[in-house]
Design a binder for this molecule. Structure first.
Ligand code: ARG
Length: 421
């Protein structure tokens, strides 16, 4: 600790207390960032400007959030609706890359953070702030994504992350809030889940989720209907894709935001998109997350199905590795890394051909692809059919192919299995 009780700086982009005059605070309206708003004013003697970003998290009342920020003492409040940009610039490339981290997490938080941090940079500059504050803890991935973005895009700005350094637990935060007239909503007896959400999904962490042997308590699911309570009748939906992106649902053309929201609604009703996920965080920890990702659980498999149909065997083999690399970079907070845009160039090239329609049956938690078609498909029914011969495929050529195709494997087998002497 230095003289005034501030921990010493570790990284070049961290703020020294005397550098902090006007702070852009990424404000959610929750307990941490509300306490932070007042605490920054007190602790640094700084003015606080708040920024709240709408990425399509359901059920948020932005007027209430703004009112709260002003009441606690923000000198300026900004609410930004970034849903279109989020869908177009962040979710769309994720769809093209079939982006899943660890085999199950469609990255909604990881996709949102670089946009939130970029907007923080824009608004900090516009509002004459010298420092950006966020509410991430020191144990998560989100601090990495936000600070890497700020340090990349705005080397002149500084960062503070009070939750990482203040010694307040939840009870102390509530006491601080009470003492300073900061409204605390809801029951405070029990710590809530740690929630993050946007239009691409919702995550819950904390409480019993940390006990890996505890099966999910049902109160955690706020988006997706439990499969056993979902309708007894299956629903059939049809998703149409153009150049790698979904453009219509059941024949109705929709912008990406609306299409994702409508798909999420239908899929959630049918119990689709619950993921109970053990995850390797960037900072070394393993954690468990409960995800609710109804839209991603339908759109990603449908997209991948079209890729399988349209691309060659070589493209299909190759792309899976690039998809995994893309997801890992984004998960790991390196959104601005040039390898990501290099990979996007490949994703875009492949997805030029990914046009077509996929039918999905939704039933009590499962989304099963039942039909698929594309004007660019490499599937040829007459070639595939067992009963036909001729055309591009000569069955009499097969033995010659097999002999050459297996040549090296056969030679190696013989060598490794020759008897002694
Ligand atoms: N485990 C996910 C990730 O690292 C979700 C994180 C959710 N963030 C949060 N602050 N609750 O991307």
């Amino acid at each position: 600790m230095s003289d005034q009780g501030f921990p010493p700086r570790t990284a070049s982009y961290e703020a020294d207390p005397e550098q902090v005059g006007r702070v852009l605070l990424l404000y959610s309206g929750g307990l941490d960032t509300s306490v932070m708003l007042r605490w920054i004013g007190e602790r640094y003697g700084a003015e606080v400007v708040t920024l709240t970003v709408n990425l399509g998290q359901p059920g948020e009342d932005y007027e209430v959030i703004e009112g709260k920020a002003r009441q606690i003492g923000a000198v300026e409040c900004h609410i930004v609706d970034a849903r279109e940009e989020f869908a177009r610039e962040h979710v769309a490339p994720a769809i093209k890359a079939n982006a899943l981290y660890g085999g199950g997490y469609p990255l909604f938080t990881a996709l949102g953070r670089p946009l939130i941090a970029k907007l923080a940079v824009d608004y900090a500059r516009r509002s004459g702030c010298d420092t950006i504050a966020h509410g991430c803890t020191g144990k998560g991935n989100d601090q990495v994504r936000i600070e890497a973005t700020i340090a990349t895009l705005a080397p002149e700005l500084r960062v503070i992350a009070p939750v990482r350094s203040w010694a307040m637990g939840r009870d102390e935060e509530i006491a601080y809030a009470r003492e300073h007239g900061i409204p605390v909503k809801g029951g405070v007896e029990q710590a809530p889940y740690s929630i993050d959400d946007n239009l691409w999904g919702r995550s819950s962490e904390g409480r019993w989720i940390e006990n890996l042997n505890q099966a999910p308590q049902e109160d955690v699911f706020q988006l997706v209907t439990l499969p056993r309570l979902a309708p007894d009748e299956p629903a059939r939906i049809e998703l149409e894709f153009e150049r790698g992106l979904p453009v219509a649902l059941d024949g109705q053309r929709l912008g990406l935001v609306d299409l994702i929201e409508r798909t999420a609604e239908i899929a959630a009703r049918h119990g689709i998109g619950i993921v109970d996920h053990i995850e390797d965080r960037i900072v070394g920890l393993k954690v468990r997350d409960i995800y609710e990702v109804p839209a991603a659980a339908v759109i990603l498999p449908a997209h991948q199905e079209l890729e399988k149909l349209v691309c060659t065997i070589h493209q299909n083999q190759f792309k899976a590795g690039l998809d995994r690399q893309w997801a890992y970079l984004v998960y790991a907070g390196l959104w601005w890394e040039p390898l990501r845009s290099d990979l996007d160039a490949y994703m875009d090239a492949v997805n030029e051909q990914i046009t077509g329609t996929v039918g999905v049956e939704l039933y009590k938690g499962s989304a099963r692809i039942v039909t698929r078609s594309s004007p660019n498909e490499l599937y040829d029914r007459t070639l595939a059919s067992f009963s036909q011969s001729g055309g591009l495929f000569s069955q009499t050529a097969s033995p010659g192919f097999i002999e050459l195709w297996s040549l090296q494997s056969r030679m190696a087998w013989q060598l490794r299995n020759r008897g002694p002497g």
